[in-house]
Design a protein around this ligand. Structure first.
Ligand code: TYD
Length: 191
């Protein structure tokens, strides 16, 4: 099973993923953790580029889209291997991030056609004001107007792709319970 957490910068994905990893350990389920951008050379290049003041410009975004797609292509083999070994793959972002952060359109789907679709996608939905307070401001995407648009696109995509949407304003433990409630039935657990 391939589970993906999505959400705007500052929505609390990393913390929830850490808690989820601990929960899976308590139920004896092996996991394989994934984070995009990855730690590959392409991922490192991407992290540098995200700090550029040009990051939100159209042409720059097209370059980012191609690099994000290349970065995740490398991941796909590892994800399939982990699934084959019976591990649950927990991913911090996937190609859905490219659809909402980069310039939308058919083109993004085409360059990501080799990216595996998660079995379950959970969107941590949070108002931009609160999210920005949690960001360190290094990435150029951590900007009010930009993130408002990203949040809107996430909510549209959530309907189209049947994401589970969680109110991420509710405090760590409640958000964690909500996530576990969504996942439990898939692991024969009744919460
Ligand atoms: P994030 O996931 O918030 O990681 P960290 O907590 O390490 O900063 O940051 C990654 C940034 O990359 C975030 O602003 C979203 C952006 N991004 C894209 O624009 N497109 C993509 O396809 C992906 C995977 C990420």
């Amino acid at each position: 099973m391939y589970i993906c957490l999505e959400g705007i910068d500052g929505s609390g994905k990393s913390t929830q993923i850490k808690m989820l990893k601990e929960w899976f350990a308590t139920i004896g389920q092996q996991v394989f953790m994934v984070k995009e951008p990855t730690e590959s050379d392409i991922g490192k290049l991407l992290r540098n580029m995200l700090e550029s003041t040009r990051a939100t410009e159209d042409n720059f975004q097209n370059t980012l889209a191609l690099l994000f797609a290349a970065d995740r292509t490398v991941l796909m083999e590892d994800i399939m291997k982990a699934e084959f070994q019976g591990k649950v793959v927990i991913s911090d972002r996937c190609f859905y991030s490219s659809i909402v952060y980069q310039n939308d359109g058919e083109w993004i789907s085409q360059i990501n056609k080799h990216a595996k679709k998660p079995d379950i996608t959970i969107l941590l939905d949070l108002d931009v004001e609160t999210a920005l307070h949690r960001c360190d401001g290094t990435d150029q995407f951590e900007n009010r107007d930009f993130l408002e648009k990203v949040r809107e696109k996430y909510l549209e995509l959530a309907k189209k792709e049947n994401f589970f949407v969680i109110n991420a304003n509710n405090g760590l433990n409640k958000v964690n319970d909500d996530i576990k409630r969504i996942l439990s039935p898939n692991f024969g657990i009744c919460l």
